[in-house]
Design a protein around this ligand. Structure first.
Ligand code: PNS
Length: 159
């Protein structure tokens, strides 16, 4: 069984994340979307909120599971019996960080392969950080957040 982990903060989930989940789900038997639980950070959305949104979004995809993780990604991936880590690369600016992370993860766990996928180019500039910024100021999230979650994200950020 081919299993992959798609890890991230998903604070909140964007159209770019959703595009990537759908692409990755087609490549493997089991895709585990894993929300990082980092007590050192104060996210805009709680881990439970992020998990709930991802579960709702991915409900039509039978081979996608949503969970949380803490600690090292490679330890979590091994515990899940995953062979692959999936990450999205939107633009050149993502490359440096992703490259470092992939090589470090390879040092830590050579048996795990990082696979990079590119979302649709129309999502190249979409990020959770921009969603938070625009949402907090009451801006339009229609090009940024999946429709099913848009209202909830907008309401929550505008608070
Ligand atoms: O969505 P993000 O914030 O870009 O995701 C970053 C994430 C969660 C993939 C990364 O921070 C991570 O893997 N954290 C877990 C701790 C870890 O394994 N660190 C070493 C990475 S080389």
């Amino acid at each position: 069984m081919r299993s992959a982990i798609y890890p991230g903060s998903f604070d909140p989930v964007t159209l770019g994340h959703w595009d990537l989940i759908q692409r990755a789900a087609k490549l493997v038997d089991r895709l585990v979307v894993a929300v990082l639980h980092n007590p050192a950070k104060t996210p805009a959305f709680t881990v439970d909120e992020r998990v709930a949104m991802l579960k709702e979004l991915t409900a039509p995809l039978p081979n996608v599971e949503i969970t949380t993780f803490h600690g090292l990604l490679v330890d979590f991936a091994k515990a899940q019996n995953a062979q692959f880590i999936v990450r999205g690369v939107r633009a050149f600016s993502d490359f440096e960080y992703e490259f470092q992370m992939a090589l470090m993860n390879r040092k830590l766990a050579p048996e795990l392969e990082t696979v990079f996928l590119m979302p649709k180019e129309k999502y190249s500039a979409v990020s959770s950080r921009l969603v938070r910024e625009i949402g907090t100021m009451g801006g339009n999230l229609s090009e940024l957040v999946p429709e099913a979650l848009r209202e909830r994200v907008a309401r929550r950020l505008a608070k």
